[in-house]
Design a protein around this ligand. Sequence first.
Ligand SMILES: Cc1cc2nc3c(=O)[nH]c(=O)nc-3n(C[C@H](O)[C@H](O)[C@H](O)COP(=O)(O)OP(=O)(O)OC[C@H]3O[C@@H](n4cnc5c(N)ncnc54)[C@H](O)[C@@H]3O)c2cc1C
Length: 385
Amino acid sequence: MDFHLTPEEEAFRAEVRAFLDANLPPGTNTASFGFLSEWNRKLREKRWIGFSWPKEVGGGGGSLMQQVILKEEMAKRKAPPLGTCFMGLAWVGPAIVQYGTDEQKRRFIPDILDGRVQWCTGYSEPGAGSDLAALQCRGVRDGSHYVVNGQKIWTSIAMWSQWMILLVRTDPNAKVKHDGITCLLVEMSTPGITVRPLKNMSGGTMFSEVFFDDVRVPVENRLGVEGDGWRVTISALANERSGIAEVEGLRRNLDALRDLARRTERRGRKALEDPTIRRRIVRAEARIEAMRLNGMRFLTRQLRGEPLGSETSINKLHRATLEVDLGELAIELQGSAGLVTGRDAADGGRWQRFALNWPEVVIGGGTPNIQKNIIAERILGLPHD
Ligand SMILES: Cc1cc2nc3c(=O)[nH]c(=O)nc-3n(C[C@H](O)[C@H](O)[C@H](O)COP(=O)(O)OP(=O)(O)OC[C@H]3O[C@@H](n4cnc5c(N)ncnc54)[C@H](O)[C@@H]3O)c2cc1C
């Protein structure tokens, strides 16, 4: 692992900082529509959205290391995201770039880069979450279409997405259940699709159940070869688990929590002076640093051209447990005031929302138990669970 940057990489960091100085001065209202559309236009002009994607498809052709620098600098300044099509940029686009036909690249990539569409992810089903390969939603070939019947669940942002990346079972007789799964790109306005919102425990309706009733999907919307859907989608999950982009966000949360502990009285003194609280904060700090170093280790591997493997589960596990611990600590140190929600609560209820939203980072993308199984079996070589 080499922590030093080349002169070109240092120059790129300076360029990003100069861009942020010019376009994100302190006090900018980053939530305003006017700011966001200008921000995205400027990022597109720089080709910093889809920065590591090939130039031929409209990406920036940037190196992996430059991408890390870009994300780091943006996170340090709390800049709005690099693009508005979150899932499109995180895994749908990369999967299309890798497995899509030229026609699919022309059709889908520009809209993802320009944020003109939202994509959702139709993987989980009522009987297939951790064991995703058990999925039953059927896709049956009928001439130039696949006819889809079945159900997906926990589909984030399905209600306001125009497209879905969908996994269906095309061969129910495949000897290995991972085979016989196919990946389809499905327009959400296709007849036969019903989206039913689900309310989560913090009152939000971010995810939905999605039902498919004789939904006809053109064969040209298949991503990759029939029966190869598992391979098409699995590398995306590894990216989701690498965790390198999350370290700055976790650091910011810990800084805010330290600040809360400084302002909160507990047993007649500032909570930050309580040795138990101090120990928990320091432990969180050490774990965030471990996450950063693990991220660097994965990055080194990628720079050497080695694929991201099961090791990315380590950071996914770190992040999940850290988020729960930080949420619990924030509520606990407020004492009975920690039970108050809404605007009257400390920091406008930010910590209560944070503590209630843990499933988003803990369960989404694979639960801690599943990450532990992966680490035990594939990294430590322990027997199968
Ligand atoms: C906020 C949020 C957003 C989501 N967004 C999406 C989305 O956009 N698209 C999508 O497809 N899915 C999405 N999901 C679903 C998510 O991927 C699944 O919830 C997750 O994979 C777990 O599956 P499950 O809910 O069926 O739980 P289960 O798999 O039933 O697990 C239940 C419990 O059993 C444990 N368990 C299961 N198997 C094992 C095992 N072999 N060994 C040890 N323990 C085990 C689990 O750790 C867990 O504690 C989202 C989930 C959340 C919470």
